[in-house]
Design a protein around this ligand. Structure first.
Ligand SMILES: Nc1ncnc2c1ncn2[C@@H]1O[C@H](COP(=O)(O)OP(=O)(O)O)[C@@H](O)[C@H]1O
Ligand SMILES: [Mg+2]
Length: 338
């Protein structure tokens, strides 16, 4: 955190003190910040940064990237923070998670802020401490809609033309004759269909997107269903680096233990939540839990084991079953030590 964190805070001070901050781009992938101050402001600041060089350079930070989810939901914040469009459900979860033993696997949460008349949840930017990170979003669970969504959809069945069109685009043979005649599908039907295309239904997780350090980005994993296909994608994500694989595996195992101990996890239906994998060429790798927009608390005293198969009404989400499978896949990708 040290150096970058320090200069980020210096920069914040600078933009506060003086508008005359110039950012100079050099050819060698470093950015130089030259500070040109009116003498009075500079005097004030000089005492604060007297031990720093006047012109500092450090490696350019990788810009924040959004891999999956709804476009327009995010705004870059300052100082390694990120703004996500406010959602009460997510706020409640993040608040509770800060007090749970899962807190080290969740982005830091700093409350609600307003920007241009819009409310946002302010959280930690998990990419901030990485250099040219490779990122993967894995959506966890054997079901990506809430039971209450299913119930709602049945109460007021609404044909969705947009979902029909998405369905046809992926598999023209997928709609039934009736759906073809109506040019629309019901939301639960669409969601259920989508889950059989990917590994959600068969493995309890699916890859939503991968962005690699070299800039290549793939969010086309809708049909990545079989174990071998998933392994191929993971292999490519880590560029065959077994050390990174090992770190991820260790972290996934630690996360699993933390989940098994967590009061929050036991008492919530966790749907549509992702694991965000981030590593860079320095060999640093970490996994976090993100996206709690569809994580809802259960009525007391109900709890979930997150492994039992889902039967409508039991609210099981298959999260741990998916994590078991993910751990198993990572393990099998490593050279076996007997
Ligand atoms: N705290 C974070 N730090 C860094 N990147 C994040 C963070 N939260 C989300 N992202 C990025 O944004 C994407 C979408 O986030 P998510 O919370 O799943 O949004 P949505 O609710 O729109 O699905 C993720 O795949 C990831 O790339
Ligand atoms: Mg998401």
């Amino acid at each position: 955190r040290g150096v970058c964190g320090h200069y980020r805070s210096v920069l914040q001070i600078c933009s506060f003190v003086s508008p005359h901050t110039h950012i100079l781009q050099k050819e060698d992938d470093t950015i130089c910040y030259g500070f040109f101050f009116q003498s009075k402001s500079w005097q004030k600041l000089k005492t604060m940064v007297h031990w720093s060089p006047f012109v500092v350079s450090f490696k350019k930070r990788y810009p924040w990237v959004q891999l999956a989810g709804h476009a327009g939901n995010f705004q870059a914040g300052e100082n390694g923070h990120l703004l996500k469009r406010y959602c009460e459900c997510e706020q409640q979860c993040l608040q509770k998670l800060m007090q749970d033993n899962l807190c080290r696997y969740v982005p830091g949460y700093y409350g609600v802020v307003q920007k241009d008349g819009q409310d946002y949840n302010l959280m930690e930017d998990l990419l901030a401490e990485f250099d040219s990170p490779s990122i993967m979003d894995c959506k966890m669970g054997s079901r990506t809609y809430l039971e209450e969504e299913l119930i709602k959809a049945r109460e007021r069945p609404r044909l969705r033309k947009d979902m029909y069109e998405k369905m046809v685009a992926v598999d023209p043979g997928a709609p039934t004759e009736e759906e073809r005649a109506q040019q629309g599908v019901l939301k639960p039907r669409y969601m259920q269909w989508r889950e059989t295309l990917s590994s959600t239904a068969t493995l309890g997780f699916r890859i939503e997107g991968i962005k690699k350090a070299d800039g290549t980005c793939n969010t086309n994993f809708k049909k990545t269903k079989h174990r071998e296909q998933v392994m191929q994608a993971l292999e490519d994500f880590v560029d065959g680096n077994t050390e990174i694989l090992e770190i991820y595996l260790l972290q996934l195992k630690e996360l699993r233990s933390a989940l098994e101990q967590s009061h929050f996890f036991r008492t919530h239906e966790v749907v549509g939540s992702s694991l965000l994998f981030v590593h860079d060429t320095s060999g640093k790798a970490r996994v976090w839990m993100i996206d709690f927009g569809k994580t809802v608390s259960l009525p007391d005293p109900q709890t979930l084991d997150h492994r039992s198969p889902w039967v409508e009404g039991n609210r099981e989400d298959g999260y741990l079953w998916g994590l078991d499978n993910l751990i198993d896949i990572f393990s099998s990708m490593l050279p076996q030590t007997s």
